[in-house]
Every structure is written in structure tokens, then in C-alpha cells.
Ligand binder design. Structure first.
Ligand code: PLP
Length: 417
């Protein structure tokens, strides 16, 4: 077998390079997830890393490895957010000029932060692929060094330092669960963890709408997805990186997929239960635990009283926390709806004074909290004595939703949807 392009020694060297630069982020226990899974669950908080994601690790190691001549030429990257911030901070710490191409529609706080870390930002292209093409063209025209977000041994070694830290903080870790875009993070973690703890499992997680790894692994080579779609912009990548793919194929035990609902529910859980702000890509490992907890249960452990502290720990890497407040609001709403905590209903009322108040009375008696009401009387589809009401309610979960519907039916309200 050919020597692997990234070794444990490379990751150890990267860790020395990152001393005093990357933070050793906390590994937090999660009682809620431990109970759900039936094994101890730990959260690796790279959402609290400098720049808000693990990306600064790989970017710094890559730029620190450049020759003096290359550094003088500056660096260029393309990114929808986290990689750009990582490159911007790494370059400024190393006194290297950085230009970051971001696609139109990139989240504004990510754009502003990249600029604040000292990079020159160029907004260019409809999507990341177009921004990447522009960045490569800029590199060709100016001699700046292109810093790939995942397909380079130094970047992978830098990301692998997350794996070293996990084993330092939790030597018995039995499973490490990692979000996967191009695959640099999971590849680096796999190199470190499998070298030091060969029987530990590495599980990659992709968003179902942007899952290029499963078909690529089945085909034996990277396959390109036409139009990857997911709210998790950090892992919205249409093709595995060549080098990460080779490592993933050899070392990663499985790659799972999660739905958008599961991503939203995971983000909500991180916020409510762990008090951690995590972006959708960063919450993907938690989404995998939510979607199939039994798959992560240690064989010697099991659900039930006390089981959550038995067995080898499962570590979920919360890879990033950079999320625009508006996106957060949307995702949380979606997460609450997915968790049955948000109920939207359309009803027909008789259009007479007091009808709306009577409806609200029924909802109040059912303990449903009204978030929003719209009351339409002038739609031509409605009869002359009819009004349509749309109500958005907060509930405590699916059981409560059923109770609210039952209370409305019992009070004689026809629920349209
Ligand atoms: C928050 C977050 N998680 C996971 C990833 C996936 O990393 P990779 O492309 O190395 O698989 C990214 C990549 O940008 C990210 O920003």
C-alpha cells in the first residue's frame, strides 16, 4: 500500500505549529445526549475556537509552511465563510497578505468578520464553485498562493489536531462523529485517532441534500453532485477532495446522512440543552445521534438507568458556531416545528364579533401560546359570513399539538390545515 500522504507525525508537527495559536477547546459532557444514546456523549467545542470554527487550524499550518518567497506573494482563498475567516486570521498572525473570494449571498457577519481579521474580501460569483474559479484565476494572475479549504496535506494535518486533542482529553473515546464537506476535517481526525486508538470508530456525517461521499465511496472515486442543497453551508460541498477521499476510504468506518429537520433539531438541542451556539454544519454530528441513537450505543452498554455513563464515550465534534442571527432564527423556528413544538393552523370562523376571542379562549385553555394570528375576511374564496384565521402556536411537543387539535375539534372548529 502506498504511504499515506498525511501521517500521525504530520499531525503532531501541526500541533506544535499551532501552540499558542489555536485554542485547546473544551470537551463538554452532554447528559441529555448521553441518556438518549445510552453511552457517555462528549461535545468537542470547536464552535468556541478562534474565528468560530476549526478552520484556523488547517489554514495556519498551511500558511506557516510556505517559503519566504511564497509568503511575500500573499495568499488567496475562496470561501462561503469559515475557511475565509481561518485564512484571514492565520495570514494576519503570520504577516501575510490575504485575499478571500466570497460568493454573492455569503452571510454578512462571515463577510464582515473575514474583513475584520485583516483579509481583502472580493464578492464574486453565484456560488462557491464560481468564487473558487475566481480565486484560482487571481492566484494564476498575481502569483498569490491558493489555500485550498480541504485538499492539501498541511490543511488535513492541521484539522487532525482536533483528533489529537480529543484523545488527550478523552483517551477512551470509542466513536468520534464529524461533519463532512470536502472531507479535510474528518480525514485529519481519522489519521490521528486511528493511529493512536485503532479500534475507535470514526463516523462522518453529511447533509442528505449534499452527500457526495456515500456515492463516491460506493463508486470508489470522487463523484460530483449536480446541485448540493442544504442549510448547512459549511458542508455544502458537491465533490469530495481527492486526498481527503483517499484517507476517508481507508480510515473512516462509515458516512451517514442527516435531514434538514434533523439538523435544525440538533441546533435547537445544542442551544437549549448545552447552551452552545452551533451552526448547522457544526450540529451535524448531533443530528446523526438524534437520527439513530442506537447506532452509537456501545455494545457493552445499553439504554436504561445509569447506562449513559457506561461504555466508551461518543465524541461529537461541534465544528463551528458562525451563524447569522437571521439564519439562526429561521433554523430555530424550523427546529421547533420539526420537534413538534410549533404548530401552525388554518381555521374557518363565522365572521361575527367575538368569534376570534372565543377561538383564542379555546387555545388559551389548551395552554398553547399564540405567537402570531392573521385574520382574513376579504378573500373572494370565503363566504360572506366567513373569516379565515391562521394561528402560529408554541407547544411543548407532538403530544401537546394533538391535544390542541382535539380541543379545537371538541369546540366545533373545522381545522383546514
Ligand atoms: C462548521 C464546519 N463544519 C464542517 C466543515 C467540513 O469540513 P471539510 O470540508 O474539511 O469536510 C466545515 C467546512 O467548511 C465547516 O465550516
Amino acid at each position: 500500500m502506498a504511504a499515506r500522504a498525511v501521517s500521525l507525525d504530520d499531525v503532531r508537527r501541526a500541533q506544535r505549529t499551532l501552540a499558542g495559536v489555536a485554542q485547546r477547546t473544551a470537551l463538554e459532557p452532554s447528559r441529555h445526549l448521553s441518556r438518549l444514546v445510552g453511552a457517555p456523549v462528549r461535545l468537542k467545542c470547536e464552535n468556541l475556537q478562534r474565528t468560530g470554527s476549526f478552520k484556523v487550524r488547517g489554514a495556519y499550518v498551511r500558511i506557516a509552511g510556505l517559503s519566504a518567497g511564497e509568503r511575500a506573494a500573499g495568499v488567496v482563498a475562496a470561501s462561503a465563510g469559515n475557511h475565509g475567516q481561518g485564512v484571514a486570521l492565520a495570514a494576519s498572525l503570520l504577516d501575510v497578505r490575504a485575499t478571500v473570494f466570497m460568493p454573492e449571498g455569503a452571510q454578512l457577519p462571515k463577510l464582515a468578520a473575514t474583513r475584520d481579521y485583516g483579509a481583502r474580501v472580493r464578492v464574486c460569483g453565484q456560488d462557491l464553485a464560481e468564487a473558487l474559479a475566481a480565486a484560482r484565476e487571481y492566484a494564476r494572475a498575481t502569483g498569490a498562493v491558493f489555500i485550498h479549504p480541504f485538499d492539501h496535506p498541511d490543511v488535513i494535518a492541521g484539522q487532525g489536531t482536533v483528533g489529537l486533542e480529543i484523545l488527550e482529553q478523552c483517551p477512551r473515546a470509542g466513536t468520534v462523529v464529524v461533519g463532512v464537506g470536502g472531507g479535510g476535517l474528518v480525514a485529519g481526525i481519522a489519521v490521528a485517532v486511528k493511529a493512536l486508538s485503532p479500534d475507535a470508530r470514526i463516523v462522518g456525517v453529511q447533509a442528505a441534500g449534499a452527500a457526495a461521499y456515500p456515492p463516491s465511496l460506493a463508486a470508489g472515486h470522487p463523484v460530483t453532485l449536480e446541485a448540493p442543497v442544504t442549510m448547512a453551508d459549511g458542508i455544502r460541498v458537491g465533490r469530495p477532495g481527492d486526498l481527503p477521499f483517499r484517507i476517508v476510504k481507508e480510515l473512516v468506518d462509515e458516512v451517514r446522512t442527516v435531514s434538514e429537520d434533523e439538523l435544525a433539531s440538533a441546533l435547537l438541542l445544542c442551544l437549549e440543552r448545552a447552551k452552545l451556539v452551533v451552526e448547522p454544519a457544526g450540529a451535524s454530528p448531533v443530528a446523526a445521534l438524534l437520527s439513530d441513537p442506537a447506532a452509537f450505543r456501545a455494545s457493552e452498554g445499553g439504554a436504561g438507568e445509569g447506562a449513559e455513563e457506561e461504555g466508551r464515550p461518543v465524541v461529537a465534534v461541534l465544528s463551528g458556531g458562525n451563524v447569522d442571527a437571521l439564519v439562526l432564527q429561521r433554523v430555530l423556528r424550523h427546529g421547533m416545528a420539526a420537534a413538534g413544538r410549533y404548530l401552525s393552523l388554518r381555521l374557518l370562523l363565522t365572521d361575527r364579533p367575538g368569534a376570534l376571542a372565543a377561538l383564542l379562549e379555546v387555545l388559551s385553555a389548551a395552554d398553547a401560546n399564540v405567537v402570531d394570528v392573521s385574520h382574513v375576511r376579504t378573500d373572494p374564496r370565503l363566504g360572506i359570513a366567513e373569516a379565515e384565521v391562521e394561528v402560529h402556536l408554541e407547544t411543548t411537543g407532538p403530544g401537546h399539538c394533538a391535544e390542541v387539535r382535539a380541543a379545537l375539534r371538541a369546540a366545533g372548529y373545522p381545522v383546514m390545515s
